[in-house]
Design a protein around this ligand. Structure first.
Ligand SMILES: Nc1ncnc2c1ncn2[C@@H]1O[C@H](COP(=O)(O)OP(=O)(O)O)[C@@H](O)[C@H]1O
Ligand SMILES: [Mg+2]
Length: 467
């Protein structure tokens, strides 16, 4: 099943959250409006009742007075449509003496619930009417000048408060779907817009192939989260591009390297076969072919070794290696080659590292063979060991014509030779230093080259110090 789009999911989630929020807020608002209206109603009744009390104290001295001259009291409630003033006898059973306001003039059948009350304190009572709204009553016992007691009841019809609340609820319910639609739409739009850069990612991904890795993400204008991602993607593409180019270059170089010896072999064979020859000539040709084939086979095994070092099939187990021991061993192997050029090899210093013994021997012998090959006849090649705070260095130095600075950075590339034709004659395929570099990176170290023209050339193997 295809999962829903992120923008739709987020739109729905935000809408649901907003719905809950609006409902909670509306409920709170409703409760506090109702409380406020309640307080207002009670305050209003209390004030009105004290005005009525005041007017009774001033104008009426007896019950008869009140019944005969109600206009004083009528003034008090005039203009308040929702107020009713009822005066009752204080004796029990209570009898209604007067009613002003709503329901005035109706007979006793308009039943007022008569409160049982004995103190002269103000009291409230809420009564729910049959129509569903509330009536609020405030009542108080009042003593007249002639010592007669009456019960004054003020009744407030709260129909208008109910109407107000109903209108509030209605408008909230009407506005809610509109608000939600708006919020959901906005959320969808914001997310949809926010994800626009991802579509650019997709376009770049679609246009990338092994043949064309040149596309890059535009980082400018992206939000921070995505610009980090774009940087990472661009960096990855950059690396892949470099690797792919290197690979292409490598196969190019390889074909090139193989072509000339093959052509040589083929040419020699064809020329030899073109006419009958005495046996010793065939022997000569076969010998020279064998030499060329040996060189080819050396190159192939070097390449296989390079591949195995660059991408080891199993994790290597390193052991402690005494570099001094290895330096002596390798220099013994090259003793004859050195002697042929009247050269000598000296080992000095000491150092121990963690590593693979055979590989380290191979790295040292690649450097030493170069040093002897390129060293001046009669000179000394030194293998100097030194142990620093966090590095162990093995430096192979020889005196000779040296290497021009422009070649130094590329010296460790596969098949790179300073003098290609001369080097080839000497049997070098330009893989020796590439192998050294791969071995060093396997040991988490590095190899550097330094050269003064006509003087000393030094290659240093730099190992991390064993801990
Ligand atoms: N000690 C040295 N003195 C001068 N040139 C050197 C020295 N070591 C290496 N080189 C140069 O570096 C190139 C690459 O060396 P290397 O990878 O060992 O290839 P190869 O020995 O097969 O030619 C050599 O062709 C040579 O020109
Ligand atoms: Mg070499």
């Amino acid at each position: 099943m295809r999962s829903a789009r992120l923008s739709v999911k987020l739109g729905i989630t935000v809408t649901a959250m907003c719905a809950v929020l609006v409902l909670v807020m509306a409920t709170f608002a409703l409760a506090s409006i109702w409380r406020q209206l309640d307080i207002q109603a009670k305050d209003g009744l209390e004030e009105k009742l004290s005005q009525v009390e005041h007017s009774l104290a001033e104008g009426s001295s007896s019950i008869a007075d009140i019944v005969l001259h109600p206009h004083n009291l009528r003034d008090q409630i005039i203009g308040h449509d929702n107020l009713t003033l009822t005066i009752m006898d204080s004796s029990i059973p209570r009898k209604r003496l007067l009613r002003l306001g709503e329901g005035e003039g109706e007979g006793d059948e308009v039943e007022q619930p008569v409160p049982k009350i004995n103190t002269s304190a103000l009291e409230f009572k809420e009564i729910n009417s049959a129509e569903g709204f509330e009536t609020l009553m405030a009542y108080k016992l009042i003593r007249l000048k002639n010592d007669q007691q009456i019960l004054v009841i003020l009744t407030l019809d709260r129909r208008s408060d109910y109407t107000l609340l109903k209108a509030y609820v209605k408008s909230t319910l009407i506005a809610l779907p509109l608000i939600l639609l708006l919020v959901g739409g906005c959320a969808w739009w914001v997310v949809h817009r926010g994800l626009k850069p991802l579509r650019a990612f997709r376009r770049v991904a679609e246009s990338i192939s092994a043949r064309d890795l040149s596309h890059r993400m535009k980082v400018q204008g992206l939000p921070e989260e995505l610009s980090d991602l774009a940087h990472a993607v661009n960096f990855m593409l950059h690396r892949l591009d470099g690797d792919v180019q290197q690979l292409a270059q490598f196969s190019d170089d390889l074909a090139h390297e193989l072509r000339s010896p093959m052509n040589n072999l083929m040419g020699t064979a064809q020329v030899t076969l073109s006419r009958e020859r005495p046996p010793h000539e065939y022997k000569q040709v076969l010998e020279s072919c064998t030499e060329e084939l040996e060189r080819l086979s050396r190159m192939v095994s070097q390449m296989l070794f390079l591949a195995s070092v660059s991408q080891p099939s199993a994790p290597l187990t390193f052991s402690s290696v005494d570099l001094q021991d290895e330096a002596y061993k390798v220099s013994e192997l090259f003793a004859i080659a050195a002697e042929e050029k009247k050269m000598s090899v000296e080992v000095s210093g000491e150092g121990k590292v963690l590593g693979d013994k055979l590989m380290i021997q191979r790295a040292i012998s690649n450097l030493l063979s170069n040093a002897i090959r390129h060293g001046s006849p009669g000179s000394i090649v030194t293998l100097g060991l030194s142990t620093l705070a966090d590095e162990v260095i093995l430096a192979v130095s020889n005196v000779g014509e040296g290497i021009e600075a422009e070649h130094l950075p590329r010296l460790f590339d596969r098949f790179y030779r300073v003098h290609p034709s001369r080097s080839r004659q000497q049997g070098g395929a330009g893989l020796g230093l590439a192998i050294v570099r791969s071995i060093m990176s396997l040991h988490e170290g590095r190899v550097t080259a330094r050269s003064e023209l006509g003087r000393i050339t030094t290659f240093s193997l730099i190992f991390p110090k064993a801990t």
